[in-house]
Design a binder for this molecule. Sequence first.
Ligand code: ATP
Ligand code: MG
Ligand code: MG
Length: 375
Amino acid sequence: ERTLGILGGGQLAQMLAAAALPLGVRCVVLEPDAQAPARLNAEHLHAAYTDAAGLERLRACDAVTLEFENVPVDATTQLDGRVPLRPAPGVLHLSKHRAREKAALTAAGAGVAPYRSIETPGDLPGALDAVGGHGILKTSELGYDGKGQVRVQPGDDLHAAWTALGSVPCVLEGLVPFVREVSLGVARGPDGTLSFGPLVENEHREGILRRSVFPASSSPDTALQARTLARAVAEAWNVTGFITLEFFELQDGTLLVNEVAPRVHNSGHLTQDGGGVSQFEVAVRAALGFPLQDFQPLLPCAMVNILGWPEGPGTDRQEPDWDALDRIPGTHLHLYHKTNKPGRKLGHVNVVGHTREELLQRVKTVERTLESYQS
Ligand code: ATP
Ligand code: MG
Ligand code: MG
């Protein structure tokens, strides 16, 4: 029996641990939150990411991976060289910092949105024009689900926007007129073997992923382009383990890379129920150096996120009708055992259909059932 250490104990760790068990692998999570989802199905080291005893336990694992890119550098340097960390600290260093990430993507031959790095007030004049007049200012570090971002347009005070974000290092990105957003997971084994996931189409609202659908409606050429870019990045960054690329697809089918997550991704959850191997199984395999295969779903499938609903005095309790959800054909409910908070990701519903039409009909029904409480 092997053990896989995971930095972070959220829902991604919970689902990694669930996929690991049938492979003969037990997971150990280092996670400061006592109520974190993976406490239920993994050995939970309830301590800070830099805790000496916790890191000691992770060093005794066969490999360590992560479910969260913002692990303190201290933690990774204490593991590095003592246990295989997959992906390695160098990959985390790039993917946790938007400006570094964009430079490294460009070096790997991938296109990115026009951007300017904003580190000092001197970087502000002319920056908005340089990216095309309409843009998004993003903190270089620690953002997720659209947090730490401000939209700016011609005439806006960029200095004020930067101040609102705390005057920390940021990137100003030009607003990309994408026709759709897509993503692709890719694993690379210690021997360089690549394993590609499906090209998935993603719909966001207020910066939060709401729905993913496979297959994406992109052309076969664009799907091939996505794989080519994923291979280029995985190889240029010398990735061992699992990464996910988020793309903007332009009118002519060209892909720009939005960002890279050094881990399994919310948009890959549909692989759990699409009939193929799941992203979680592949990520466990890649981290431990087990054999890899592509992880394409066998059926059209989709994922709808379940976000937390408003609660408390003055609000009607608007919990979703779980029984109604369960009665929709082709649905699989996945809950993370988290307490409710408005907008928080509490679970997801995977949906499968024999055809795309049937799938999209079912997705609509799922969304309508959830809509009674989530806007
Ligand atoms: P997460 O890590 O949860 O995916 P995040 O906080 O890192 O989110 P981004 O992926 O940078 O945020 O942006 C969230 C969403 O906002 C994107 O998926 C896209 O819909 C929109 N967005 C971000 N940057 C741009 C851009 N330059 N042009 C157009 N839309 C954008
Ligand atoms: Mg992100
Ligand atoms: Mg994103």
